[in-house]
Write a protein that binds this ligand. Structure first.
Ligand code: SF4
Ligand code: SF4
Length: 453
């Protein structure tokens, strides 16, 4: 069944002709912290929910500032997924993000099974056109992926639909995936028909693609854009050194979107968890200002303090993390100027260290030669945080000790067939990494660090 925009607004109780009704829902932001901002969505969760909501421009619907990233949920424990979704909805979370390629192709089905136990108006579901494979550049094949999302999610309209991971492979890749084959025009038509309620894209990589899409907003009328944003990537994403690069800082992306009037969905607010487990020299500075707050809470508060954020996605596969994140957003307490200044100082300090910006998304896996790519990078990054990385000066007093600790820890952490020395530089993983990490180069660096002398 097709549901057009008018029908959807009718269900929300908002007449499309009623400018006053829509105007009453502006301004678009119900910024956290203020008592007046704790409005319930059209379908109110239980009375105890104090979630902060943001107002979606256009439809006026209220979206929870905490969004549920379903990507990392287990494939084989539907009961746990159901429990997490039930808790989230009961506590006011109403935005759920998935994609056809997540969880070995099973994540949409798992998400649909959990969400469909709830009334449809209780949640907004986001999914994507993950047509990375050339076979899906043919329009009819891409349409099959699109139609399958409806079946897997058990819905007859999709609230938020994204072109997945545009930017990787530059303009040529965008043209081949979405423009030349008419796929983007098809999706725009689906929005007009009401099967897609909001159309946007998630962005990683080449900033030329981002600029082109935003500069064509008059034609495509983006309802939202998903970007990687956290207090480290704000000014330090475009490092372009040590074997990886990203072309644009989050500050540039956010400001351009805000200027264009396009709301932002945030991914990687914790930068793959690294901002939740920062080195103690930084964590202790945070504790001195807020003794009881965890680093993850700081990172979420920093993101949510930006008014043009619609929702912040967090991958939560443990109840403890979900409860913690719900607390942080119920309501969200925005960062003060002094807190922002401290986070900026910490980001400057962290950026001086060559952390590999792996988010553990596993898009690069499996490696045909068995390398545990995210596992290797997680070990490397932890060594930086723990100050055990044997860098950079072999003459440093503690160099030999660091080298020994690094080697011993590595041998314990990774089985022999998953280690960096298994990498044969086949480059099969290269184009799959949304962070544009030059994976084989990094494996070679890790191997160098492991050499005895
Ligand atoms: S380049 Fe190395 S890590 Fe990447 S797929 Fe090939 S062997 Fe695996
Ligand atoms: S290396 Fe890239 S693709 Fe692989 S897990 Fe890390 S961020 Fe994801």
């Amino acid at each position: 069944m097709d549901i057009n925009r008018r029908e959807f607004l009718r269900r929300l109780g908002i007449a499309t002709g009623s400018a006053a009704a829509l105007a009453a829902l502006e301004p678009f932001t119900a910024l956290a912290g203020a008592a007046s901002s704790h409005q319930s969505p059209a379908s109110a969760p239980d009375q105890t929910a104090r979630m902060t909501y943001r107002v979606q421009r256009g439809t006026g619907e209220q979206v929870s500032l905490l969004g549920f990233g379903m990507m990392r949920l287990p494939r084989d424990n539907q009961e746990l997924v159901n429990q997490l979704v039930d808790y989230a909805i009961a506590h006011g979370v109403n935005y759920f993000d998935t994609a056809p390629m997540y969880g070995g192709g099973l994540n949409e089905g798992i998400t649909g099974a959990a969400l469909s136990r709830h009334p449809r108006e209780k949640y907004y579901v986001a999914t994507k056109m993950s047509n990375y494979n050339e076979r899906l550049w043919v329009l009819d094949e891409a349409k099959k992926m699109y139609e399958n999302s409806f079946k897997a999610l058990q819905v007859d309209y999709i609230d938020y639909y994204l072109m997945h991971g545009v930017g990787q492979g530059g303009m040529e890749n965008l043209n081949r995936r979405f423009i030349d084959n008419g796929l983007l025009d098809f999706l725009v038509g689906e929005r007009e028909a009401g099967r897609i309620r909001h159309l946007g894209f998630s962005y990683h990589g080449d900033v030329e693609v981002f600029d082109w899409l935003i500069d064509h907003n008059d034609k495509y009328h983006w309802d939202f854009v998903q970007i990687q944003m956290n207090f480290l990537d704000w000014r330090h994403a475009s490092l372009n050194k040590d074997g990886w690069k990203q072309d644009a800082d989050a500050e540039y992306l956010y400001n351009k979107l805000e200027k264009a009037g396009i709301q932002v969905v945030v991914m990687e607010p914790l930068r793959g968890g690294s901002l939740a487990k920062m080195a103690d020299e930084y964590a202790s500075q945070l504790r001195s200002m807020r003794p009881d707050a965890l680093p993850a809470e700081w990172a979420f508060r920093w993101v949510g303090s930006h008014p043009n954020i619609l929702t912040t996605l967090s991958g939560m596969n443990q109840m403890e993390h979900l409860e913690q994140n719900v607390r942080t957003h119920s309501p969200l307490d925005p960062c003060t100027d002094a807190e922002n200044a401290l986070l900026e100082k910490i980001a400057d300090g962290m950026a001086g260290v060559p952390v590999i910006p792996c988010t553990a998304c596993e898009y690069c896996m499996p490696c045909p030669y068995g390398v545990d790519i995210p596992g290797n990078f997680a070990f490397y990054n932890e060594a930086i945080n723990e100050h055990t990385l044997p860098l950079p000066v072999p003459t440093a007093a503690d160099y030999a000790e660091r080298k020994e600790r690094f080697l011993t820890g590595y041998l314990k952490a990774l089985p022999a067939d998953a280690r960096a020395n298994q990498c044969v530089d086949c480059e099969a993983c290269l184009s799959k990494c949304p962070q544009q990490i030059r994976i084989p180069n990094q494996m070679s660096r890790i191997v160098q660090l492991l050499r005895k002398s």
